[in-house]
Design a protein around this ligand. Structure first.
Ligand SMILES: *[C@@H]1O[C@H](CO)[C@@H](O)[C@H](O)[C@H]1NC(C)=O
Length: 191
């Protein structure tokens, strides 16, 4: 059973992720200065403001995702970047970004079930996954599922994800990502 990763969005700027890691999870490669804990807060960072990203230093936020294989400028050293292969584009370069950065986790495809987002069929996504994302598993990188929309199955949402898992036999999915958009009050944000 893959652990869940969920995304809480705060007013279209910042989202928090909580990853309950499962006890059967593979051992993570050790990355100096970085730890993975049972309650692990992360941020979906949609801004390019350096003054925003630097505020994450010395907080409970230990990792950040920005829909990109490349970290935002100004990312503090105590916040781990989680690279994403957003869609089909430049998939052949993804492995080198992940491995050169010593990333411990990587994400595949943003809303592939939506035409205006990465717009991939489960078969297309499986093909890209097998060729360009799956090899990272043998390097100890934990792989997160594509983040589908809440659109209706069978062609969207959980239906799309089921079709991907069927089309991608032998593929590694260490955790399932969930888009969960809620308005949080300032007191909900870890300092
Ligand atoms: C990745 O790890 C290698 C080996 O420990 C190290 O030499 C390199 O500086 C690291 N790269 C980054 C970006 O942390």
């Amino acid at each position: 059973m893959a652990p869940l990763l969920s995304c809480f969005r705060i007013i279209s700027l910042v989202s928090l992720f909580y990853i309950p890691l499962d006890s059967n999870a593979r051992t993570l490669p050790s990355v100096p200065g970085r730890t993975v804990s049972e309650t692990n807060h992360g941020v979906c960072f949609a801004s390019s403001e350096i003054s925003d990203v630097t505020k994450l230093s010395n907080t409970q936020v230990s990792w950040l995702h920005n829909w990109s294989p490349i970290p935002p400028t100004g990312l503090p050293a105590d916040v781990e970047h989680v690279p994403m292969q957003w869609g089909a584009g430049a998939a052949e370069t993804f492995q080198s970004f992940v491995l050169n950065a010593n990333a411990t986790h990587a994400l595949g495809f943003n809303e592939p079930d939506l035409g205006s987002q990465s717009n991939l069929s489960p078969t297309e996504a499986a093909s890209i996954w097998k060729q360009f994302i799956e090899p990272l598993a043998s390097h100890g990188v934990r792989l997160g599922s594509p983040g589908v929309t809440n659109g209706p199955p069978p062609s969207m949402g959980t239906g799309w994800l089921s079709d991907l898992i069927e089309a991608c036999s032998g593929c590694t999915v260490d955790f399932v990502t969930i888009h969960w958009r809620v308005l949080l009050l300032s007191g909900d944000v870890p300092s």
